[in-house]
Write a protein that binds this ligand. Structure first.
Ligand code: HEM
Length: 595
């Protein structure tokens, strides 16, 4: 078939040999690179990485990019070339330079165009600084701690629903988990937590339940209705999804989308804004197609929700995040009317940002919480100490009469009573608990939900110096979060040990496992600079308050209520897309002794 360039550019016609065209593009890029002077010739790295992003792309596809980059740093040192234009900087001074605030801040790279939705950038993916500030201002207030606190009742209601369902599994054969499986921390047969030697409860995938919860919470806030995963006890297939070939649920689609974006982002010539972009949809690769299909379907769902809100009576307000996005659109449309359309925010912008909130704010929180629970339940000393701290503050979960049958209703007040009766903690009871906070920070450090080196570009006509290396315009710099969070020069020789005490000023050097570490010299406030889980600088996570509030409530609720016997307490299997996530967290769940 003869290729009609216009039809191809409109994406209407499938070219005969998309792989050949792609191979040609890669070859041209290599030739160009070989014949041009190389500004990064002094930066070490694998030979192939100098000429093509394919090596990094391969490791991205395996879901272990962070381990590959970590290995490169161990071999080549703090500066490693990972693609022809990208340098991974694992020097401790790198985060404050690459993710600097204010006029020194570096823009996001074209990599982020892989997250555009139908060609529209979101708050997260936009490279334009002015556009970013304007979008960020809209959501800054709703994500402030004071505003997020107002969502607390919504969150506790969902936690209560999850707890009731997990209780049924945990009570299957009535009694607590054996002391042996918990590590016999106290040496007594009844175990430190009052459990007795017996098999109890069902095996559940804790990660899956956390996903149901966080997806319900964020869809309620961003889409105006919960997806209903907790009710249905499954990743949902929405009406819009059922028409699709893949038949994947929402959580699975978000996963495909993140993995595909991390891969395609390494080939900017295939992304929106590039002439070759129409080719992308014809790439005969199921991995890519699943991700693109996921994006399309999620955007259809978002469009339906936004349309529903726009069509509904504007005087009835839910006070959720979607209300904020719609209000902003309406006010900017009114203002720009007088300026001939300049600065207008369209329905497509609202759809893209609503979808962003769902994708950024759901499994990230679930994955982080699952990882933290893994570390807590595989370290009996920490579990015991955390329970001591929580017990001093929360008595409710231990006094619940478990024989009373609690039922859920649509009446919010009634369900809040259920949350109280089930002893779901209030954030005010938790927010100042030092050990809980240290355990969460340490879990985030160890697992590194954001393990990726988030790329930033050196702008035209400028240069950036990290330690003794200067980089010029067009070079892309990133800091590998996992590597920094496990660097012995920062955390000490026990960098790979789960030791929450390093975050407590009074105890940072006094616990088993601590050594001649640098972390004895760096106090907890200094160490915070190297915890990159939520990003750093002007593009850092806007949802951190919401995520922390959920994680604190969830961790406290689990630890106070359940004993978990992990199927594998030696390893948390994980995979990295754009974010790093556990594959699952199977555990036999039992009610804690006394409940
Ligand atoms: C533990 C959970 C979370 C983690 C680990 C996390 C991590 C991150 C990271 C590393 C970034 C920076 C990305 C970059 O620079 O490319 C980011 C940005 C962002 N996150 Fe989160 N996040 C979490 C929860 C949330 C929640 C609950 C929401 C909202 C519902 C959210 C919304 C966003 C948004 C909108 C951005 C883009 C901010 C901007 O560019 O100005 N995140 N997040």
């Amino acid at each position: 078939m003869k290729l009609n360039p216009t039809a191809y550019l409109l994406g209407l016609v499938k070219p005969d040999h998309p792989w050949l065209i792609l191979a040609g593009v890669v070859l041209l890029a290599i030739l160009r690179r070989i014949t041009k002077p190389d500004p990064l010739k002094d930066i070490p790295g694998p030979w192939l990485a100098k000429h093509t992003p394919l090596l990094l792309a391969y490791h991205t596809r395996t879901g272990k990019r962070y381990l590959y980059v970590d290995k490169l740093h161990k071999k080549y040192g703090p500066f490693v070339r990972i693609t022809p234009t990208q340098v991974s900087c694992a020097h401790p001074t790198a985060p404050s330079v690459i993710y600097a605030q204010g006029s020194a801040s570096l823009p996001k790279t074209p990599f982020y165009r892989s997250f555009y939705v139908n060609g529209t950038p979101s708050l997260f993916s936009t490279q334009d600084r002015v556009g970013h500030s304007s979008k960020r201002r809209v959501l800054a207030h709703p994500f402030s701690y004071a505003s997020v606190k107002q969502f607390e009742d919504w969150i506790r209601r969902s936690v209560a629903k999850m707890v009731m369902k997990l209780d049924q599994r945990a009570r299957k054969s009535g009694v607590g988990i054996s002391a042996t499986t918990l590590g016999r921390a106290s040496g007594s047969d009844t175990g430190p937590f009052g459990g007795v030697e017996s098999e109890s409860g069902e095996e559940v995938d804790v990660l899956m339940w956390l996903n149901y919860l966080t997806f319900d919470v964020i869809s309620d806030l961003a889409f105006g209705e919960p997806l209903g995963m907790l009710d249905r006890e499954t990743d949902v297939l929405l009406e819009d999804t059922k028409k699709e070939k893949s038949q994947a649920g929402v959580a699975a689609m978000i996963d495909f989308r993140g993995r595909t974006a991390a891969f395609l982002g390494l080939f900017p010539t295939l992304l929106p804004g590039s002439i070759l972009e129409p080719l992308t949809r014809w790439i005969p690769d199921p991995f890519v197609q699943r991700g693109l299909q996921g994006t399309n379907t999620l955007s259809l769902i978002a469009q339906r929700c936004v349309k529903h809100r726009l069509d509904s009576d504007s005087s009835i307000r839910r006070g959720d995040l979607l209300d904020q996005l719609v209000d902003d659109m309406r006010s900017k449309q009114a203002q720009s009317h007088d300026r001939g359309g300049e600065g207008e925010v369209s329905e497509a912008d609202v759809v893209t940002d609503a979808m962003l909130l769902l994708t950024a704010g759901s499994d990230t929180t679930a994955n982080s919480t699952a990882a933290i629970l893994f570390w807590i339940y595989s370290t009996p000393r920490v579990l015991e100490k955390l329970r001591d701290e929580l017990t001093e503050t929360l008595s409710a979960p231990l006094t619940v009469d478990s024989t009373v049958t609690l039922t859920f209703s649509d009446d919010n007040e009634a369900t809040e009573e259920v949350a109280d009766a089930l002893g779901v903690p209030l954030h005010d009871q938790l927010k100042n608990l030092k050990y809980l906070s240290a355990v969460i920070d340490e879990g985030l450090r160890m697992f590194a939900t954001n393990a990726f080196g988030l790329p930033r570009a050196v702008p035209e006509g400028t240069s950036v110096t990290v330690e003794d290396k200067t980089f010029y315009e067009g070079i892309e710099l990133s800091t590998p979060a996992y590597t920094i969070q496990h660097d012995v020069a920062i955390w000490g020789t026990d960098a790979d040990v789960f030791r929450p005490e390093r975050w407590l000023a009074s105890e940072s050097a006094s616990c088993a496992g601590s050594s001649d570490s640098e972390s004895e010299k760096l106090g907890p406030a200094e160490l915070k600079k190297y915890l990159l889980t939520f990003g750093v600088g002007p593009r850092a996570c806007i949802g951190k308050n919401l995520a922390m509030l959920q994680m604190q409530i969830l961790v406290a609720a689990f630890v106070m209520r359940y004993d978990l016997e992990l199927r594998d307490k030696n390893e948390l299997r994980s995979v990295e897309g754009f974010m790093h996530k556990p594959v699952d967290l199977w555990a036999r769940i039992g009610m804690r002794g006394g409940l």
